[in-house]
Write a protein that binds this ligand. Structure first.
Ligand code: HEM
Length: 135
């Protein structure tokens, strides 16, 4: 049972970070598109991915994570989970910001790229804490 949830946790967390990585980059790409029609087409696809892929797979990651946390009693046995969950709050915040960026052209290309880079750094940092368990 634990191995099933660990495998589910691994694939879903990859999809959470992967989806946010691509969605935040496609916001930058959208700002480079020439015509209003092209931008509207990409925006419609981004909105569907955010609603029907990102949020459901985030739910699966958190659900499988909570199961693993209870099963392994991680809050009693390890402290690595706290910085990891702290970073998760930041990642979810970046996901909400990405959702707003998808709905409207919130910021110029330079700052949209910074959101993209922040998602990459926070995601990598979370995986570092979960795999290396430094603390
Ligand atoms: C996007 C969010 C998340 C990412 C990227 C993520 C990433 C990871 C990774 C890479 C591992 C594997 C570590 C390894 O065995 O080498 C892991 C394990 C684990 N995660 Fe997450 N996780 C996320 C959310 C959560 C949440 C919300 C919880 C709990 C509330 C959680 C609890 C755990 C636990 C307890 C393990 C250890 C399982 C074991 O002992 O084998 N994770 N996570």
């Amino acid at each position: 049972m634990k191995n099933f949830f660990l495998s589910l946790h691994m694939i879903s967390m990859c999809l959470v970070i992967g989806t946010l990585f691509l969605q935040s980059l496609s916001v930058v790409f959208r700002l480079r598109l020439k015509t209003k029609e092209e931008r509207a087409g990409l925006r419609a696809t981004q909105v569907r991915i955010h609603k029907f892929i990102y949020y459901p797979i985030l739910f699966v990651t958190i659900f499988s994570g909570v199961f693993l946390a209870v099963k392994t009693q991680v809050f009693e046995n390890g402290t690595w989970i706290y910085p990891k969950l702290g970073l998760l709050v930041i990642l979810i915040g970046l996901g909400i910001l990405n959702g707003v960026q998808i709905k409207k052209d919130l910021m110029p290309k330079k700052y949209a790229m910074m959101v993209h880079i922040a998602i990459f750094i926070v995601g990598a940092w979370m995986i570092y804490f979960a795999t290396v368990k430094p603390v």
